[in-house]
Ligand binder design. Structure first.
Ligand code: RIB
Length: 310
């Protein structure tokens, strides 16, 4: 059976340390509670989607891990969430990706990724996997894979009739050709500014509409500007508006954006209206920040339905 939701992207083993305050450049700080937690923006989206879909809806992960224990562990973690990992291959030359993550008391984090096998996913392999996109309702992307692979996969997914969602993280410049194959682009504030060639800064509440519409002018059909605890701002050809987030006590914001995208994909694959899909996604992201870790924090469907009241 074809998967309804396909995720193309990264799988990392996250090395997580809790710190009082994130270190400044050149500073050493003492941390506590070292943990290894399955992560990677792609795998986080697949895991969260796997936990959120209704029975009978399939989620598939496309990516690369190394021939090592981390790779096996990451695949097992996704399988446990119900994700089909038969299209996660083992690189012959590169180790599994890892991410070094410091999380401070406020829930804010800093992340350094060693991509390893995630970058061993050539565009030609994706072309050979066209059948994987056939029949998919939604295909999810991020930017921890080679850019030409993301570009090729976006084009193929579109050709096969899927809705494409790109999380432009980590931030990098993107061409119009790539962005025109994106149905829904989901930058946070700094990624949106980066796409426009502007330095990162906190935007004012009244700026979201203008920022979202300037990003939309770069080529994607719809922009959902992720505003953290403030929720999200939607800008499409027919709709423009703020969708408030849910107030929670943040413990760790790692993978909140990944959970948002997964929940959005699940709701859109069920043909829900965009406003309802964003509410579902805001609720899923809010629950995820109340827990430590990336995949460890992905909520169950009942929890999200309860918070979103949909
Ligand atoms: O978005 C969070 C993720 O970014 C972490 O799980 C880490 O692996 C990096 O990819």
């Amino acid at each position: 059976m074809d998967a309804s939701i396909v995720v193309v992207g990264s799988l990392n083993m996250d090395f997580v340390v809790a710190v009082k305050k994130l270190p400044a450049p050149g500073e050493t700080v003492l941390g506590r509670n070292f943990q290894m937690i399955p992560g990677g923006k792609g795998a986080n989206q697949a895991c969260a989607a796997g936990r959120l879909v209704r029975e009978g809806t399939r989620v598939r992960m496309v990516g690369r891990v190394g021939q090592d224990l981390f790779g096996d562990h990451l695949k097992a973690s996704l399988s446990a969430a119900g994700v089909d990992v038969s299209t996660v291959a083992h690189s012959r030359t590169q180790p599994t990706g890892v991410a070094l993550i410091a999380v401070e008391a406020s829930g804010e984090n800093s992340i350094v990724v060693a991509s390893g096998a995630n970058m061993d996913l050539p565009a030609s392999d994706v072309e050979a996997m066209r059948r994987v996109f056939r029949g998919a309702r939604v295909v999810l992307f991020q930017l921890e894979s080679p850019l030409d692979t993301v570009a090729a996969a976006l084009r193929i997914a579109r050709e096969e009739g899927a809705l494409t969602i790109l999380d432009p993280a980590p931030a990098q410049p993107l061409g119009r050709e790539l962005l025109e194959n994106v149905d829904v682009l989901t930058p946070n504030e700094s990624e949106a500014l980066g796409l426009l060639g502007e330095p990162a800064r906190r935007i004012e509440a009244g700026e979201a509409a203008e920022l979202a519409s300037r990003v939309r002018a770069l080529g994607p059909r719809t922009v959902i500007l992720k505003l953290g605890e403030q929720g999200a701002f939607l800008q499409s050809a027919s709709e423009s508006g703020h969708h408030p987030g849910f107030r929670v006590e943040a413990v760790d914001t790692t993978a909140a954006g990944d959970t948002f995208n997964a929940a959005l994909a699940v709701a859109l694959a069920e043909d829900r209206a965009m406003a309802e899909a964003i509410r579902f996604a805001n609720a899923a992201a809010a629950i995820s920040v109340t827990r430590m870790g990336a995949q460890a924090s992905a909520p169950a469907r009942e929890e999200v339905e309860r918070m979103a009241a949909i």
